[in-house]
Write a protein that binds this ligand. Structure first.
Ligand code: SF4
Length: 461
């Protein structure tokens, strides 16, 4: 799958004034809340270091932790399925739903299931996946898709939502008060929850030591999805593991403070296998790869797998705040999308995304697990040039690298440049280079090569 080029998509999104207004209001509020609660913790930097170290350890020993997790889930009465790609993961969920003869599953917000287009796969099998998160429900009712990791309908205002509800689930509603809109969705969803036989969830963390799955959320719909149905299917990316139960202590401080700007999430749910007479009696856990092991192979790029999806990097990004999430062409928008998507689907399919950044470094400053996003962006830009740049440009770059790679070659190159630049120097600047090189000078002047190198000057003294 190749995604639309970022500059093209961004140009389209930039005309949406409403989008930018909504984004500004929401991200400013979240940023202020985050700064307040982060400032309360004297050991915030130590927590970030701990989060980063735990994630690095997980990736370094992922094979062992995955097997440990599988054993623990199985011992606790769950079933573990390994999915190499989206098709395999979707097939497991469809099979479970079919085995229980359902035409609808209730589903909580999950980026991982969005990544594999689970809803479409279920729909194809004649099974409706009902989104139960308020924002996700809005998007589903309108055939729209998410533009922010944490606030998927950030580009919608309450009047638009009132009109949508009036057309769909709450005919006759006239109020656009948040309380009334929430009540309308609650009434619509409550009966569906009570009748649901199969629930589908993602996961924030999986504990290798115990097989425990952890989700955090704000609305309580996730807890209903994971406790009311008889059967639960949880799709979890393989990088979401933590080694020990005690490691949750670190992430359950980092995540809510960085995402919603709260000390803890209103709902933190943990479950381990099945418990007779309590909650779902059949648990399926789908361990999803879908490109993650390829990301793991890259020593620089693999840190993108540390991400705990808090969205703090989106809220501070000057590019995201102008374009919104749709311009990134994937379920992972903003700075994390710019480094994760090209690695998951192949740089050749998303070559423009690593360039969707001013490299200001604000994302690195706020990332709770210290992902060095600017460094990964530069690394991926190099890969993008290697696969996407036209052959002549690649040849020029290789030649330049060869010339710069040896002292004698470099000095000879300097002498040649000095001789050949003369016709193009005007007023002490090179203002226009000939042929295809003119692109370099179309928006910038170049400094000519100095008439004398420092070495020559030193010798001549
Ligand atoms: S990259 Fe860091 S800041 Fe951005 S969503 Fe992931 S964890 Fe949060």
């Amino acid at each position: 799958m190749t995604i639309e080029s970022f500059p093209k998509a961004a140009k389209r999104e930039l005309v949406d004034v409403q989008l930018r207004t909504n984004l500004r209001a929401a991200t400013d509020t979240i940023q202020a809340k985050r700064a307040r609660v982060v400032g309360e913790l004297p050991d915030w930097e130590a927590l970030r270091d701990a989060g980063s170290a735990i994630k690095a350890d997980v990736l370094a020993h992922l094979d062992d932790y995955l097997v440990q997790f599988e054993s623990a889930v199985t011992a606790a009465g769950g079933h573990v399925h390994w999915a190499a790609d989206a098709a395999e993961a979707n097939a497991v969920v469809v099979e479970v739903a079919r085995a229980h003869g359902v035409s609808e599953v209730v589903k909580m917000k999950s980026l991982t299931t969005d990544e594999i287009h689970l809803n479409a796969a279920l729909e194809e099998a004649g099974i409706h996946a009902l989104e139960t998160d308020f924002a996700e429900l809005i998007l589903q009712l309108d055939g729209d898709w998410s533009s922010h990791i944490l606030v998927p309908a950030i580009h919608r205002n309450r009047r638009e939502i009132r009109d949508l509800f009036a057309r769909t689930i709450a005919r006759g509603i006239t109020s656009d008060e948040p309380r009334d809109l929430a009540e309308a969705s609650r009434i619509y969803l409550r009966e569906r929850f009570l009748n649901a036989k199969v629930g589908v969830s993602g996961a924030n963390f999986g504990v290798a030591e115990t097989g425990t799955i952890c989700i955090v959320e704000s609305e309580g719909n996730g807890r209903m999805c994971t406790t009311l149905p008889e059967v639960l299917v949880t799709v979890i990316g393989i990088e979401k593991l933590v080694p020990r139960f005690a490691d949750l202590e670190v992430f359950l401080q980092l995540l809510p403070r960085s995402s919603t700007g709260e000390r803890m999430n209103p709902y933190t749910s943990l479950w381990t296998g099945v418990t007779p007479g309590d909650g779902p009696q059949e648990l399926h856990v789908v361990l999803l790869d879908n490109g993650r092991t390829r990301v793991l192979r890259d020593d620089v790029g693999r840190q993108a797998l540390h991400c705990i999806r808090c969205s703090a990097c989106l809220n501070v990004c000057p590019v995201y705040s102008r374009t919104g999430g749709h311009a990134y062409g994937s379920v992972y928008p903003g700075p994390i999308g710019a480094i994760l998507t090209p690695q998951l689907i192949g740089i050749e399919n998303a070559a423009s995304l690593p360039f969707a950044s001013s490299l200001c470094g604000a994302c690195y400053e706020v990332c709770p697990v210290k992902i060095d996003i600017p460094t990964v962006l530069l690394h991926l830009r190099g890969q993008a040039v290697a696969v996407k740049a036209p052959a002549p440009e690649r040849l020029v770059m290789r030649t330049v690298a060869w010339v710069f790679g040896g002292r004698r070659r470099f000095m000879l190159g300097q002498r040649l440049a000095r001789l050949t630049q003369r016709p193009f120097v005007r007023g002490g600047r090179i203002r226009r280079l000939p042929g295809p090189l003119h692109a370099w000078t179309s928006s910038r002047d170049l400094k000519p090569v100095a008439p004398q190198t420092f070495r020559d000057w030193w010798r001549s003294r």
